[in-house]
Structure formats: structure tokens, C-alpha cells
Design a protein around this ligand. Structure first.
Ligand code: ZN
Ligand code: ZN
Length: 596
């Protein structure tokens, strides 16, 4: 029986809009997905002049009979759907009844296909059959689409530059290769190979073949499941970051999808492991019962709707957070210091600069925190958002990092601590390190609602404009929940009678003023629940030792001990790195004590 059926008009109408052939990549997509559905293990795509002249796809799939080959170019033909019910159980890549006829109507097509014995050769121009003959060919299909849009100049104009069209094709084939590690893909343009995978069936190897060693050497495997979803894949250590979300690749039941919720689940898991405007590299396979997903919501079929999303969010988010927590993530210096190390063609400094990561360079600090407690108060500080949830309930303690002992050796430029242990040498950014320690400390205090207060020795007076005073007055309870007792003191003036003991000594006044500033900046839109974490970060930064400040050996030792006990000791709360490692081997190599 023929594999291709002609759909009823009714069914065709139900698959609304779908088949938009608007660029080279959409033609490549339709044709390659046909090859995949034909069970190919090898698919070669060659473009001439970025596909503007021709797009040729050769596969070793099951091929088509003479009858099917002709039927494929008739409207409403599809090998995917027979009954309307099937629409609800679509588990193949798509339902492209309209694609091939659409493409054929705006180009010249040359098709050679064979089921293994007799083959067929068909030529079509502008949708009209020009030639049809028996043809000897090995099993599989070769289809060449030339002069796309030759008869629709308006659409031809719509194509972007050659480079843009090619980059879309590359990006599509890369993602397809990741979805199908068992298929050997080659994509070339004017005989230059742009993508080549071995079809090994190994996802990690495929990632390596596409993205190279810089990414494949930094992967952490993840695997988990709940009642409805199985997830499997690789996440990258946070030292590899990208400027856009294109490297967060999600594959649902074998199909690469772009889904905001899935991206959010991934990105949230990296919270404070990276600056907010950078994105991680993640390859995530999600398997589920096809009835739980709806692929039919977007014409290009890249987005999808999923049921039980909250559970899936938790599964992805927690699995990635656990993986980050349970792995030692101190970046090696060799990558950082080599002159050609770049992320997205930017140096580390560029990245830090563009992230507006600024540090104050004033003021000094003593690393003591010995306020006498003479008052005790507990207040409800409200809920700390999910993605700041820490691992208090987690019985697994990452002993790798917790047991790391770092012995301080000295300080460089009043800014970096040099430390060592048996494995090598470490450089620690003292401000970033202490900011992390303070951040986790304050967050814990707020979360556990263990605020203790002390009477201010020298009460701080805060004078405000009339309008600011009104705003502040509305937030006195919030300030109280943090441990600050503000009292009105004359016109538009407040005095701080009590302050929390979590303040670092010597930093009381500037921390209080910072908290007030943060409330005033947001004005009446200040929402404590949403803003808690921001306040924690700001306070942590204010209370941490600045660059160009000398530290004693004891202070450095104490800071390093506190750092390794953090849930994430690798970054400050803004995602900037706090510690970098030079292994013994790295050092020996730099000084040519070893020669490779
Ligand atoms: Zn800071
Ligand atoms: Zn920071």
C-alpha cells in the first residue's frame, strides 16, 4: 500500500497556516525532516550560494515508490496523517502535506528516489511536472531545489543576505543533529563543510562535534524523571556563558522546541552563578507521553504547549541546581589567561564591563562582627522567591568544595588573595568572595526570620524631601522586619533607634542609607516580596571589603573558610567569578617544567 495519503480538505484546513516557505532554512527544514521520517541514518545537505542557486538533500532513507513520488507534489498529500484523530497523537516531526507542493510551486525540483529496486526521476518547474522517468538509483532520495522564488520576485526580495540564510540553516541542522545523534549529518555551502557529525548515537560526542572542546570539556551530565517526564542531557559549567539564549537547547520527544517556560526553568537554575544578562549552555532532552504536549500551536512548529508545566519546571530547575551544587566549579586559569580565550569573541574584561559590574573602591572594613545583642526581635520577612531557595533541606552536602582547604599566601594590589593547597594555587577576588559570604548569610537570616536588633549607639538621622518622607513612612514596617526601627524626628526627618545585628561593624550607616535609597528608588511600587533578594544583594555588596584594602592573614584565612562553606562559592551574588584555580600542572606547563 502506498505510504502517502491524500488528506481530506477538512483535515487540511485544520492544519491551519503551517506551511510557510519564507526562507532557505524553511525549505531545508521541510526536506530534511522528510529524510528523517524516511528512516535515514545519513543526510547530506549541500547549498550552492547559500541555497539561493540550489539546495540539495541526499539521504539513505526508505525512498518512495513511483506513485508516492508523484503524489508527494500534489496538494494535501501527507504520509503522516490519515484520520483527524491522528492530529491529537502526532509524534512524528510534523505533518507537511502542503510543504512539498508549496516549495515545488515556487522553484525547480529535481527528484531521484528509490526503494532499492527500480527508481524514479521527476522534474518539476513552477509546480508543473516536466519530466517523469524510471531511473536506476540506490535506495534513498536525492532532491534538489533550484532557483527558489524564481517566479515570485516579491518573495525573492524578502530573503535576507546570503550569510543570514546560511546561518539559519547551520543553526537548524546543528539542533537537528543534537536531536538525532544517531544520524550522520553533513551541511556544506559551495563545498565548504559547515556542519559534520558522525552519527555515533552519543549526545556528548555530537555536542563535541558541533561546538568543539571549549564546551564539550565543561559538560555535566544530568538525568532525572517524575511521573510524567524524563529529562536527560548536559549542562555547561557556568564559566561558559553566552550573550543570548541560543545555546539553551531543549528537545521534546525528538523535536527541538523554543519554549519560554523551559528556558526559564533552565536559566533560573543558574541564578547568581552568572550575571543576569548572560545565558548558560544547556542541552536538554525531554521525553513524555505525546498526549501531554500540543505541537500544533505555532506555524513553524518550534514552540509547543505542555501539560503539568509546574512539575516539569521543578524537575528541570532542581535537577540543574543539584548538578551545579554537587560539582566542583572552580574555573581553571589556563582558559582564562590564554590570550585567545574568549566567550562570544569577548574577553572576560569586556564581559564584566558590559555587565556594568562596578565596585566601590572607598572605605575600609574590619572583619569582625561582634555586636552585643541586647534586644531580640523576630519579624516576618516574607517569602524568599523559589529560585533563591537554598539547599538547607538537601541532605547531600557537596564535600568536594566544603572540604576544600585554602591557605592564604598573601594579597595582591589590595584586591586579590593568593591561596594554595596540595592541588595548586588559587586567586580569589576578596570583594566578590566576601559579598557571596554576606549574601548567603543575610539571606539565611531573613529566610529563617532570625533578626536580632541592637540599640543604635550613635543614632543615624535621615533627612528627606516631603515626598520621599511620605514614601518612607509607608515602609516603616518593612524596615522593622529587617531589624531597623525608624522613628519620626521633626519634619521629614527620621532617626534610626535600633539596628539589626546582621550589619557589619563599620558599615552600619552606609548600609542603612542604601536600604532607604533602594526603597525610595522604587517609590510606591516597592514590593518587599519581589525586592527582598535585590536588597540582600545590595546590602551584601555595601558590607563587603572593597578593592584596594589591605587584609591581615587572619582575615584572609577566615574569609576563605567562610567562602568554601557557601552554597555557591564560585560567584559573587551578581554572578561575577570569585575564585580561579591554577593547578600544579598548569603552573609547571607555564614555566615549561613539563613540555606539553
Ligand atoms: Zn559588590
Ligand atoms: Zn557582586
Amino acid at each position: 500500500m502506498s505510504k502517502i495519503h491524500v488528506m481530506s480538505d477538512n483535515l487540511a484546513n485544520k492544519i491551519a497556516a503551517g506551511e510557510v516557505v519564507e526562507r532557505i532554512a524553511s525549505v531545508v527544514k521541510e526536506l530534511v525532516e522528510n529524510s528523517i521520517d524516511a528512516g535515514s541514518s545519513e543526510i547530506n545537505i549541500s547549498l550552492i550560494n547559500s541555497g539561493l542557486n540550489s539546495i540539495s538533500i541526499q539521504d539513505n532513507g526508505c525512498g518512495m515508490s513511483h506513485e508516492d513520488a508523484l503524489l508527494a507534489f500534489k496538494s494535501h498529500a501527507t504520509s503522516k496523517i490519515n484520520k483527524e484523530d491522528d492530529l491529537f497523537f502526532i509524534n512524528t516531526l510534523g505533518f507537511r502535506g502542503e510543504a512539498l507542493p508549496s516549495i515545488a510551486s515556487v522553484s525547480e525540483i529535481d527528484l531521484v528516489t528509490s526503494e532499492g529496486d527500480a527508481g524514479t526521476h521527476i522534474t518539476i518547474k513552477g509546480g508543473k511536472l516536466v519530466k517523469e522517468e524510471d531511473f536506476h538509483a540506490k535506495k534513498g532520495t536525492r532532491i534538489t531545489v533550484s532557483n527558489l522564488f524564481y517566479n515570485t520576485p516579491a518573495r525573492l526580495k524578502f530573503l535576507k543576505s546570503e550569510q543570514t540564510e546560511v546561518s539559519h540553516c547551520v543553526s537548524f541542522i546543528e539542533k537537528l543533529a543534537l536531536s538525532y545523534p544517531s544520524i550522520r549529518f553533513t551541511l556544506e555551502n559551495n563545498s565548504n563543510i559547515l556542519v559534520k557529525t558522525s552519527g555515533s548515537g552519543d549526545l556528548k560526542k555530537t555536542i563535541h562535534e558541533i561546538y568543539g572542546l571549549q564546551i564539550s570539556s565543561k559538560l555535566i551530565e544530568i538525568k532525572a524523571s517524575n511521573d510524567d517526564y524524563d529529562i536527560y542531557g548536559y549542562i555547561c559549567k557556568p564559566e561558559i556563558l553566552k550573550s543570548n539564549r541560543n545555546y539553551m537547547i531543549t528537545i521534546v520527544n525528538g523535536r527541538v522546541v523554543k519554549n519560554l517556560e523551559l528556558n526559564k526553568a533552565i536559566n533560573d537554575a543558574y541564578y547568581t552563578y552568572k550575571p543576569d544578562i548572560k545565558y548558560p549552555v544547556v542541552f536538554l532532552n525531554i521525553l513524555t507521553d505525546p498526549t501531554l504536549i500540543d505541537v500544533n500551536i505555532h506555524p513553524t512548529k518550534q514552540d509547543i504547549k505542555m501539560s503539568k508545566l509546574t512539575d516539569l519546571y521543578s524537575l528541570i530547575n532542581n535537577t540543574i541546581k543539584d548538578a551545579l551544587y554537587n560539582n566542583l566549579l572552580i574555573p581553571d586559569a589556563t582558559l582564562r589567561v590564554s590570550s585567545n580565550f574568549k566567550v562570544d569573541n569577548k574577553t572576560l574584561n569586556d564581559i564584566l564591563n558590559e555587565n556594568n559590574i562596578k565596585e566601590d573602591n572607598d572605605n575600609k572594613i574590619e572583619l569582625t562582627d561582634d555586636h552585643a545583642i541586647n534586644g531580640q526581635a523576630t519579624f516576618d520577612f516574607g517569602k524568599i522567591e523559589d529560585n533563591q531557595e537554598k539547599y538547607n533541606d538537601n541532605v547531600v552536602i557537596n564535600t568536594q568544595i566544603k572540604n576544600l582547604v585554602l591557605y592564604p599566601v598573601g594579597q595582591v594590589h589590595g584586591t586579590y588573595i593568593i591561596a594554595q593547597n596540595d592541588d595548586g594555587m588559587y586567586l580569589i577576588d576578596q570583594h566578590a568572595a566576601q559579598e557571596r559570604v554576606n549574601y548567603e548569610r543575610i539571606q539565611k537570616i531573613f529566610k529563617e526570620k532570625k533578626i536580632t536588633t541592637v540599640e543604635s549607639l550613635i543614632p543615624i538621622t535621615i533627612e528627606l524631601s516631603k515626598s520621599d518622607a511620605i514614601i518612607l513612612k509607608q515602609h516603616l514596617e518593612y524596615l522593622k522586619s529587617m531589624g531597623f526601627l525608624f522613628e519620626e524626628f521633626g519634619i521629614n526627618t527620621f532617626v534610626v533607634k535600633e539596628e539589626p545585628t546582621w550589619l557589619t561593624k563599620g558599615y552600619e550607616e552606609e548600609t542603612i542609607r542604601e536600604v532607604v535609597d533602594q526603597i525610595l528608588i522604587k517609590g510606591n511600587n516597592f514590593d518587599p516580596l519581589k525586592y527582598n533578594d535585590h536588597i540582600c544583594k545590595t546590602i551584601a555588596c555595601k558590607m563587603s571589603i572593597k578593592a584596594n584594602t589591605r587584609m591581615t592573614m587572619e582575615a584572609m584565612e577566615e574569609l576563605l573558610q567562610q567562602l568554601v562553606l557557601c552554597d555557591n562559592p564560585y560567584n559573587c551574588c551578581h554572578g561575577r567569578p570569585s575564585i580561579i584555580k591554577f593547578s600544579i600542572y598548569d603552573l609547571e606547563r607555564m614555566f615549561k617544567r613539563v613540555m606539553n
